[in-house]
Design a protein around this ligand. Sequence first.
Ligand code: SF4
Ligand code: SF4
Length: 493
Amino acid sequence: MAVPNAASHLDFVVDPEHPDAEPFYAPSKRNYPQAVKGFYRSIKWAALVATLATYYLLPFVRWNRGPGAPGQAVLLDLADRRFYFFFVEIWPQEAYYVAGLLVLAALVLFMMNALAGRVWCGYLCPQTVWTDLFFAVERRFEGDLHARRAREAKGWTFDRAWRLVAKHATWVLIAWWTGGAWVLYFSDAPTLVRALATLQAPAIAYVWIGILTFTTYALAGHMREQVCVYMCPWPRIQAALTDEWALNVTYRTDRGEPRLSLKKSHAARSRGEPAGDCVDCRQCVAVCPTGVDIRDGLQLGCIQCGLCIDACDAVMSKVGRPARLIAYDTDMNVARRAEGKPALRRLVRPRTILYAVAIAAVGSLMLWRLTTRPGGALAIAHDRNPLSVTLADGSIQNGYSALVINRDAAPRTFDLSASGVPGAKLVVEGAPSDGTRVRIQVPGDDTREVRVLLRAAAPSGAATSVPVTFTVVNETSGETATATDRFETPAAN
Ligand code: SF4
Ligand code: SF4
C-alpha cells in the first residue's frame, strides 16, 4: 500500500533549520498484522469472548429487588438518579462510592502493572478487544497479509470490492450493536429493545447509539494502534510506574544476537563463529498489531499482547531451536543472565505489598460502608442568603433544606430533631411538630426534601455561630442518621 510522502504535506511540522530531524507527527502506515496461533493468542481469544459476552449480555441479567424496584442487575437509572449493581444500590448522595470504585480500579491497574506490565493493554482494554475483533473480521473477508497484497496488486476487481464492502458492513454492524448494548445499561433492557425495534424509544437513545457506532467504527476499524500510541495516557503513566522486576514482553538479546538468516547462521556456526538464535525472519514484526519490532527493546507502542512470542516460538520450533527467544521477562533477569546468573522472580516486593494493602484497605472500607449503612440518611443545606433573620419577638431564625432518604422498599416515618442550640424550636413546613421533634413520612425507596426552620434566642456571649446537629430516627428500625451544620446569628450575615 502506498504510504503518503511525509515531506509533501508535513512541512509545517518540520524544523526548517534541522530538516533531517524527526517530524513532530509521523503519518500513519496501515498495519496488516498476520494471523498467528499459540498460547498467548488462545488467551487473547478467551479474554475477547469473556469481555464481549459480559458487555453485550450483562444488561439482560435480572436481579430481584422486590416489587416496584428495577429488576436489572446492572442499571444506571439517570431518571431516578440511582445506580444499581447487583445487591448494591448507590444514591446521588453517595457519589463517594463511585470515587472509591475509581480509586480501586486505579490501584488494581497499578498492581497488574507491577506484576505483569501492560497486561491490561494487551488483553483486556476495550480498544484492544474491539480492534482484535475487527482484525478477525478483516481477515475473514480479505484474508491474511499476503492474500490481501496479491489482491491489491491486481487493482480494483469485483472480488476485491465485494470483500471490502462486506468488511465495512460487518464493522458497522458490530459498531451499531456495541452502541445498542451501551444504551441498555441506562434503561430496562428488554423493554428498551422492544421500543428501539418499534422506533418508540426516546430520541436520546438513538443519538447515543449513533455516537457509539461512529466511535467504535473509527477507533477499532481505522485508528487502531494510533489510539494506543498517540491518544491513551496509560503508556506514559505505566512507564513511570514500572520497575526492573515487572514482567514485560522481552526479546532476549543475549540469546538472539548476533541475528543472522538461517543459512548464514548455519554457516557461521559451522565455522565456530557467533550466531544468535534469531534468524531475522521478522515474523514477530509481521504479527504485531501495533507494528512494533520488539527486538529494538521495550517501546511505547508495545501493548504486551504476547503475539510475537507465539510467532517466534513457531519459528524456533521449525528451525529446531529452543522456544521463548521472545518471552515475558524482567529487566532484572535480562541483566542477571548477561552476568551469567540464574533468573529470579520477585512477586512480593515493597510496591506490590503497598498496592495489595491499599486495595485491601479501600475494598474493605467500601464493603463495610455498604453492608452497614442504615436504611435512612439525612443531608442538610443551610440557607445562603440571609443566613439568619431576627423575628418580631427578638428570637433568631435559621432556615435549612433537609433531604431525608429512605432506602427501605416500604414507606417509613422518620423523627427529625436538632441539638446543640439550647431552647431551639424546630419547625418543618407541612409536617406536625411539637417544637423539638418532627415526624416526616418518606415513600419507600425514595427521598423527601423539606424546609426546616430553627428558632432560638440569641446565643450567649459573643458567639455568632454555633454548631447544630440534626438527627433522624427511623421509627420502624430505630436506626439513626445525623448531619451537622451551623446556627448563625445576624452578626454573621
Ligand atoms: S511487540 Fe509483541 S507484545 Fe508488543 S504489541 Fe507487538 S506483538 Fe504484542
Ligand atoms: S520471530 Fe524470532 S527469529 Fe524471527 S525475527 Fe523475530 S525474534 Fe528473530
